[in-house]
Design a binder for this molecule. Sequence first.
Ligand code: AKG
Length: 305
Amino acid sequence: MTAEIDFPSLNSSRPLLEALHGEGYTILRRFLPSDLMQEIGAESDRIYEQGLQHHATYRDRNLLFEILDDPQAGRRVVLQVHWMAWISPLFERLRRDARYLKVLEPFLGQDIKQIAHQLHWKPPGAKYTFYRYHQDARFRNQAATRNFLDGNVTTGLAIDRQTAANGALRVIPRSHRRGYLGLSEDGTIMTGSTPDDELRKVGLDPASAVTCEMEPGDLLLWTLYTVHGSAANLSEHDRRFLINSYVRAGDSDRGEWAFRGGVSTPLGEEPQICKYEQLRERPGPFYIEPSWTEEAQASQSPPRA
Ligand SMILES: O=C(O)CCC(=O)C(=O)O
């Protein structure tokens, strides 16, 4: 079965359903046109510059800038921003664009909420630009989410060309049929590495990993159980990737509306709990000094006798 589909010529939902259900991922080629991708690229750069104004990771309700003084690059970098729709009309419209509904409706119906809205950078020369193999089910509230496999779809839009050299996403085909495997749970997903043996231990073949090389405007879909990760950016160019993850509204007590009865639905006055569970008790704004990096972990270890 081909896991690739040309979006402009898609006239039936069948290939989509077969690819995601069968393989656990699929790439939609030419999902968005190049003029819109230029705008998205320029807006991403604007948001990056805004992020650099913060000396450390900054949260204001669901909006989060993940900032790091990267030890290898020797400069401040922005690794992720979450829920930039709150500060960007372009991203606010894009996350609920009709083209997303066309892709999501066959899986999720017409009442769809959004749990993740994230822009990832892999700044050239930086140390922390890789993601260990994991399943996104780990980052969902277990008690507030139902139907993990069929009620959720995650999308990743290539803003830059995604290549093996700049750390394109890698997926293990058909791994979504294996349930939750507990990969990389000994730490964060941006430190250490996932040795091939860890995959073999849970019955997955590391050689079966597919590197999802994409052109700007291509869209990758995967499930909450699809094992995926990505290598470090070893190129001289950034790799910007826009992640939007959706859930059938009836299957989640979390999320912002994206489509209600098939109608594109803007953000309301008040943010809803998505992935940040302490939204009500600790809305911010506040800064978070990094505690997850190898350097921070080393400086926290008790001195040796
Ligand atoms: O940006 C990447 O390469 C990793 C994204 C990812 O694995 C995730 O968001 O779950």
